[in-house]
Design a binder for this molecule. Structure first.
Ligand code: SF4
Length: 296
């Protein structure tokens, strides 16, 4: 049985971890980019980013003033009792984290322009659900910054454009984004399904650890080609030039309608924030993306 309070406490912790401490794989990718960057200005930008990341971790303050729109991914074991408490608990956690971390209030009514002030609103926090066999509950917090989200793109290509069209669409999205998404970015790319499926898969691809290779060798090849093509643009760290425009590209796909070829690119900035935890049936909590002292 998971209680609402357990879920709320874990989700507050996840939001705090996400905005103050990058996962190890992202830090390692930024460090590697720094050591390999040859452009002086680009290298200085990466140094500033790494210093900022370190400072945020040390002081417990958010690494960027834009703490994003709050999105949760919930993977629920079918035997978990108390799942009806989860959505309410995640909303309460968002309100609490906004006050306690603090997070910048980023939920605005699109008609009245009124900011709710606590990061909740209609469909916000947005909660993605997956039900799987088992008795554990896994929660991931993805606070998604606006600058990178704004340059995400959906193309309803023609099937005749195929993989060549996909590559051009992705590179065009990177070029059009320029400095706006605070590069180096991570690109979530998905092809197939319908418009909604492609965008959802592309965003979910951002949850994959950067050091975890795609299990599909064909997609490994495509990811590498897209990474090289994006980095050949020379946009560089913070758009000031260099060979690191993207840290990584993660590709996923769904089968498609014979007449459709949707391609989605969801862009994540250098502040590639995410935090996950697993709650066991006995109440034990395991943090999956961050090191957290046991007593917490
Ligand atoms: S795009 Fe990312 S790093 Fe840039 S301001 Fe937004 S949240 Fe911060």
């Amino acid at each position: 049985m998971v209680t609402g309070k357990d879920v709320e406490n874990v989700a507050v912790k996840l939001l705090k971890l996400a905005v103050t401490e990058l996962p190890q794989d992202v830090k390692a990718a930024l460090r590697r980019a720094y050591s390999e960057e040859e452009n002086e200005v680009g290298k200085a930008q990466l140094k500033a980013i790494l210093d900022n990341v370190e400072l945020a971790e040390k002081t417990g303050a958010p690494m960027c003033q834009d703490t994003g729109v709050v999105i949760f991914y919930v993977t629920a074991g079918s035997q978990v009792e108390g799942l009806d408490n989860v959505e309410d608990a995640l909303r309460k956690a968002t309100v609490r984290a906004t006050r306690e971390v603090p997070l910048r209030p980023n939920a605005v009514d699109p008609f009245t322009q009124k900011n709710t002030g606590d990061n909740t609103g209609r469909f916000i926090p947005y909660i993605h659900w997956k039900v799987v066999p088992g008795d554990t509950l896994e929660i991931t917090a993805l606070p998604k910054g606006g600058g990178s989200e704004n340059v995400s793109a959906l193309g309803m290509l023609s099937p005749s454009q195929g993989i060549k069209g996909l590559k051009k669409f992705v590179v065009d999205a990177v070029i059009n984004g320029g400095a706006k998404p605070c590069p180096p970015t991570v690109l979530g790319v998905a092809v197939g399904g319908g418009a909604d499926i492609a965008v959802n898969l592309a965003k979910e691809a951002l949850l994959k650890p950067l050091n975890q290779p795609n299990p599909d060798p064909e997609l490994v090849k495509l990811e590498q080609e897209l990474r090289e093509a994006a980095n050949s643009t020379g946009i560089g760290p913070m758009g000031l030039g260099g060979k690191t425009t993207v840290l990584d590209v993660k590709v996923d796909y769904a089968h498609r309608h014979p007449a459709s070829y949707p391609v989605a690119v969801v862009v994540q900035c250098w502040a590639a924030r995410r935090a996950s935890a697993r709650i066991y049936s006995d109440g034990k909590v395991e943090y999956l993306t961050h090191k957290v002292a046991q007593k917490e």
